[in-house]
Design a protein around this ligand. Sequence first.
Ligand code: ME8
Length: 649
Amino acid sequence: MKKFYITTPIYYVTDKPHIGNSYPTIAADVLARFHRLREEEVFFLTGTDEHATKIMRAAEAQGKGTREFVDDIVVLWRKTWERMHVTYDRFIRTTEPEHIAAVQAVVAQLQEQGDIYLDEYQGWYCVPCETFFREDDLREGACPDCQRPVEQVAQSAYFFRTSAYAERLLRYIEENPEFIQPKTRRREVVSFIEGGLRDACISRKHPGWGIAMPGDPEHSVYVWVDALINYLTAAGYPDTESEAWHRWPPDLQLMGKDILTRFHATIWPAMLMALGLPLPRRLFAHGWWVTDTGDKMSKSRGNVMDPWEIAHELAEVSGATTPVAVDAVRYFVLREVTFGLDGSFSMSGLFGRFNADLANDLGNLLNRTLPLIGRYRQGVVPEPGPGAGGLAEAIEQARAAIETRLEAIDFRGALEAIWEMLSAGNKFVDTREPWTLQRESKEVELDAVLYDLADCLRVTALFIWPFMPAVGEEIWERLGLKAAGIVPTWKDAEAGRLPPGLQVEAGRPLFPRIDLERTMQRLQAEADKAAAEEETEEAKPETISYEQFRQLDLRTGKVVEIERAPGSDKLYRALVDLGEETPRQIVAGLAQDFPPEELLGKTVVIVANLEPATIRGVRSMGMLLAAGEKKPVALVTTDRECPVGSVVR
Ligand code: ME8
């Protein structure tokens, strides 16, 4: 039996799922279901990445223990996948003992063979991205990926010899053009590797949460190395004698384009090469969902949409059942945008497609065919007779296109092929006019037309099943196939396999049309109201959480140089020694309050992680604290000597 091992990224459980991270999960589910329909041995892996520093901090912010925090959130993830009709075979958590053992086995082996070594790390760490950056990677002193402040790291750390695998990796990518997709991403990866791979820092000292480095529990394995190994754990690693191991390597790994180059396409295959294991057959990087305002949706930005709430809203405005609405959301995300490109998510877009594609095209074919069989043939599927097969070509074209499109991970293309068949089906009703055949008592022809339409619905159910499983099943049931004990299989994806004599049932419309104008007006009114409420809320004094406070990096420093900023009588350009390699340049609006000699040599308190800014052409890398809104201001200093760079809490 052909195997199909498919993975999604494992998600950080800082919060519940949103439409963005539901995207690869739904996509993987569609492929898993498709391969199951083809009777392959499918293994669909998803799960949660739990040892991130940001998760520990999110737990702290809520005053919870990290373990308790992740345990609570994981429940929401599993629940959401169940609600979104996701049928994973294994849900892995990186806090599971089995995974911890696998990570330690991998790291120990790499240490033993000299691929991991101990050295000093000097650089930066972006907590939201959980990524190490060297000084020259930074953009204006901030994270080059998310532009947020980075934290300085200077400590002993373990390194993985990624650099030793650069040549082999490039050769592998060249010899296996299918390995990294889409093509544009492959080019990005190649130029990243050609730009020079540095050995990766793969441990953090005392992070307070993580998997201990074998033989050195002061260090934890870097969360990305920990996370990538999940794909091995789920295949039974390190027990390569186990039954589970036969599923190695993954046939397809899906991930967002942000985590391809640095992680899935370099460290990951380099680690596998070092372990002497076969590489995954294919990595496919998809694009981003942004909100209508163009912002990337992400947990740490707080602008996310819950897929279940979206489905609920859709059910409410349309009157469709919740399972059908869930399927419509699945359909929308895969139909709206080519997998691999970015898309903008909006409720109006979802409602528009619901009306156009589901209520009209698919709904029409259903709502016309089944009642006709009810009326003219007492709800019984007629014998096809000699004139049948009028839709065979359209069906065959769709089947072939679905197979090639899904093989190419082109969900949109596959759905377009199905919709072409639906349009052929609707046209068939218009041109063959069953009502005329009935009026003219052309019984044989009418039998053939009704049979073809019912058969086309059966194939439709099969074709859309991976995308919209509840809808597929409902159509199957309405056609009487379920009662007849006929199990859906891809083998039957051709015309003429509908057994005559089945009792069909029209049922109520699956996709009731949405009154778009009224709905959008109501949603706009609700949004306006929420915005107004938010505004009043913003005006109120707020408290901040301990976590928000902790994000401030306040430190003591000594003013070692000070002069007026060029062309300004209010601003100083100060150099402040924070105990870092070089003093920080900071622009301070104190020139009218203090003569320079009063500030020189003073101990001051600095916001050290303030986003850098250019003020009057001078780069400012922090903020100097002073008290009092009105002049004269007072400088914040310490009441006795303390070393520069001391943390202020
Ligand atoms: O990166 N649009 O986890 P993560 C589309 N734990 N896809 C999105 C998205 C958006 N707005 N937001 C998230 C991690 N995703 C690591 C992975 S794997 C060994 C470790 C999707 O929770 C996208 O696929 O930040 C992204 O790669 C994935 O969610 C993981 O996001």
